[in-house]
Design a protein around this ligand. Structure first.
Ligand SMILES: C[S@@+](CC[C@H](N)C(=O)[O-])C[C@H]1O[C@@H](n2cnc3c(N)ncnc32)[C@H](O)[C@@H]1O
Length: 316
C-alpha cells in the first residue's frame, strides 16, 4: 500500500549494513533534502579534488598502515578491554572519516569479525563518495550537526586526524553532538595536536609555506579539551598525550627514507618540496626526530615520533 519512500542511495546503505543503519534517523532517511544546500557550501573545503584531497588519498594508497599505531591506540580507548574488546556488534561513528581510513586500518588489523561496525561521516562529498566507492557505510554531514544519526544510537564516537578543521566557535556544538548520538555509557574520543607542539609548528611553519593549500587552524590545548568535555557533561574524562608516529619498512635504507618522504609530501600536499627528498627528511628530523633502525629481519624501519593530544569521556 505504502510506497518505499527511501531513495536508492539510502536503500543501498540499508542493504550494505543493517546494523549501522539502525543508527540512522528514519525521518532523515526518508528526506534529507533540507540539508543539501548548506552541505554543498560546507563541502568545498580543502579535502576535495580541487584542494589537496586527491594528494591526501594518494598518501593512504602509498601506505595504509603508516599511521596504524596511533589509530589502534585511539580505538583501544573505546572499550574497557582496549582493542581486545572490539567486535563487529559495536557501532563507531567516525565524524571526520575522510575515505574511511580508520575503518580500513581496523578492518586490516582486526579482521572482519573483530572490526567494529563503522559509520563513516565527513563534510566533504568527495571523501564520502570515496568511502562508498570502497564499499564502506558512509554519510555526508558535518561533525557539528550529525543530523543523520539518531540520539543515543552508537557505542563510540571518534573525531580524529583533523579536528582542528572545526572552527573553535563550533567545537562546543560538535562535542555536544557527539554526546547526543552516543548511547549512555558510550565513549567519545577526540584527537588532535597540541598548540605549541612540534606537529602544530609543522603545520604553521612547513605545511603553510610549502603546501598547495594554506593551513592556518588553531589546534587544541589540554584545557580546551577538558572544558569541552565538561560542558557536554561527559564522565570519566581523561586527557593524554600519545605517540602517533608515521612508520615505514623497506629492505634498504634508501627505499625506506624515500617512502617516508613521498608519503609526507602527499599527505600534506607539499607540492613545493616534491622534488627535494633530502629537504623533506631534514625537516622531519628537525621537527619530530627521524629514527632509522635495522629490523630483526634485516630490513629497515623509519619512524617519525609525532605526538597527539587525546581526550576521552564516557556519556553519562
Ligand atoms: C585530515 S583528513 C582525515 C581523514 C581521516 N580521518 C584520516 O585519518 O585519513 C580530515 C577530514 O575531516 C573532514 N572535515 C573537516 N571539517 C569537518 C567537519 N566540520 N565535519 C566533518 N568533517 C570535516 C575533511 O573533509 C577531511 O576529510
Amino acid at each position: 500500500m505504502f510506497p518505499n519512500r527511501l531513495n536508492p542511495d539510502v536503500v543501498k546503505l540499508q542493504k550494505m549494513n543493517p546494523l549501522a543503519f539502525e543508527a540512522i534517523e528514519p525521518r532523515i532517511a526518508k528526506d534529507s533534502s533540507a540539508y543539501d544546500t548548506s552541505l554543498a557550501n560546507l563541502s568545498r573545503n580543502e579535502f576535495t579534488s580541487e584542494g589537496r584531497g586527491s594528494d591526501y588519498l594518494d598518501s593512504i594508497q602509498l601506505s595504509l598502515l603508516a599511521r596504524s599505531e596511533g589509530v589502534m591506540e585511539l580505538l583501544g580507548k573505546m572499550h574497557p578491554d582496549g582493542c581486545d574488546g572490539l567486535c563487529s556488534s559495536m557501532i563507531i561513528c567516525d565524524l571526520l572519516a575522510g575515505d574511511g581510513y580508520v575503518n580500513k586500518v581496523a578492518h586490516q588489523i582486526l579482521g572482519a569479525t573483530r572490526c567494529p561496525t563503522f559509520i563513516n561521516s565527513d563534510i566533504s562529498q568527495f571523501m564520502v563518495d570515496r568511502c562508498i566507492r570502497d564499499g564502506l557505510f558512509a554519510i555526508w554531514q558535518s561533525a557539528t550537526d550529525p543530523f543523520w544519526i539518531r540520539d543515543g544510537s552508537v557505542d563510540g564516537v571518534l573525531m580524529a586526524y583533523g579536528t582542528h578543521h572545526i572552527p573553535q566557535a563550533q567545537r562546543p556544538a560538535a562535542v555536544h553532538a557527539a554526546a547526543r548520538i552516543l548511547r549512555p555509557g558510550g565513549v567519545f574520543v577526540l584527537h588532535d595536536f597540541e598548540e605549541g607542539s612540534p606537529t602544530a609548528r609543522w603545520f604553521a611553519e612547513v605545511v603553510s609555506t610549502h603546501s598547495v593549500t594554506p593551513h592556518d587552524y588553531p589546534h587544541f590545548t589540554a584545557g580546551e579539551v577538558l572544558d569541552l568535555f565538561a560542558a557536554a557533561r561527559f564522565d570519566e574524562v581523561t586527557v593524554q598525550r600519545i605517540t602517533d608516529p608515521f612508520v615505514f619498512y623497506a629492505e634498504d635504507e634508501e627505499s625506506v627514507l624515500q617512502s617516508l618522504a613521498n608519503y609526507v609530501v602527499k599527505m600534506y600536499g607539499l607540492e613545493k618540496l616534491r622534488a627535494d627528498t633530502q629537504r623533506v627528511l631534514v625537516l622531519l628530523d628537525e621537527y619530530f626526530g627521524l629514527a632509522l633502525t635495522e629490523t630483526s629481519r634485516g630490513g629497515f624501519e623509519a619512524r617519525i615520533a609525532r605526538n597527539a593530544l587525546v581526550g576521552s569521556g564516557r556519556r553519562v
